[in-house]
Design a protein around this ligand. Sequence first.
Ligand code: ARG
Length: 460
Amino acid sequence: MSMWGGRFEGGLDETFEAFNKSLGFDQRLLADDLVGSLAWARALGEAGVLTSAEVTELEAAIEGLGVELASDPAPIAASEAEDVHSFVEGALEERVGALARKLHTGRSRNDQVATDLKLYLTRFGREFDGALRDLIEALVELAGETFDLALPGYTHLQRAQPITAGHHALAYVEMLARDAERIEDALERMDTSPLGCGALAGTAFPIDREALADDLGFTAGPTRNSLDAVSDRDHALELAFACSVIMVHLSRLAEDWIFLASSEAGMLQFGDAVSTGSSLMPQKKNPDAMELLRGKTGRVIGALQSLLVTCKGLPMAYDKDLQEDKEALFDALDTTHACLRVAAVCVRNVRYDREACRAACSRGFLDATDVADLLVAAGVAFRDAHQRVGHAVREAIETGVELRELAPERRQALFPEIEEDLVHALSIERVLGRRAAIGGTSPERVAEEVAAWKERLESW
Ligand code: ARG
């Protein structure tokens, strides 16, 4: 029997019925729907709608249903219910008969689904925190091992200045820490209870919504406007956005490392655990794990886009369009969570080739800025120094040498102010070591940051 039979004479067209169903994907809200139903039964008891004996009977039935479905979820797949809410109502009716038909008093699937989704997202959000923390930990470990490993730094994908591999890893740590904050922010903002808002106008029964919010574990009390409460999906948007930003970050790491692992760069290798071969070319070792991280980013951004478009121009208050929020959101959450876990495995299975990195740092004028800085130290204005070093680079390119390899008389003619031996002053250790201000790439500074992150992780 449908939930609205009274007003109707005919049944649903089969094609539409299948189209209208959401149980296939909203069944993941089952545990939250049961929690919401338990709290609602108690709230109806407090409001005098149900007797305390009825509340007790309903509580036992709801809890029993949860236990039974946890051990055998087959009845869900076999059910013809439209969605998880009607499934639960039907299953309760099988257990307690007519009493189950009282549970929906003053409640709508509109405030119910809004509540379920917030409860679900709160639970899932906590799992995200663990996955983010683990990836951050893996990157901090890598940074600890590579705090002094010189690597060419790029802008515009042109060699720019040397950096340390540890500094590079910690850049991603900063991004992911912001991601964790973003999720925490979103969870905090969604921490209000929509239950008791009815279909759109509020409930006509004397429900103590403060107590109900407490019972459900929402810390910021009940939502203050029923129209907003049943149609608000900001929390879905915010988490999909947070997921998209995480994926943007992971895709950048993937791209960096795919490049460094290419035969052309040859500075990094992925372990067998995260590489694949070719079915045809026996010599191949491909960074598929990283490519999938990069590839799945589009899918998560697509989910955000889909949610935004679903919510755009939606007339107040609830509309069935909102049923379309779930598949995109769940996919964004699942995909991002899986990617975080795979990324951590990749970080633990990557190895820099120290010699190749060092060799790469020695060609391509990565120390040109330092020559300009040495001129500045000798009293030359930076713009003039920049100009003169630029000319020197041009000359060096023509003769096929680096600045530190210029013939002594040319070096003397070009930079008479610099007294220090250029080979020594431009050693990779000196170039890296100069960037010791907060935020810089010097090994000493990176080691400090690694220590600070390790400490932070201890209380994370
Ligand atoms: N399954 C719906 C959803 O996910 C909730 C049901 C509300 N439906 C309705 N016709 N008022 O949004």
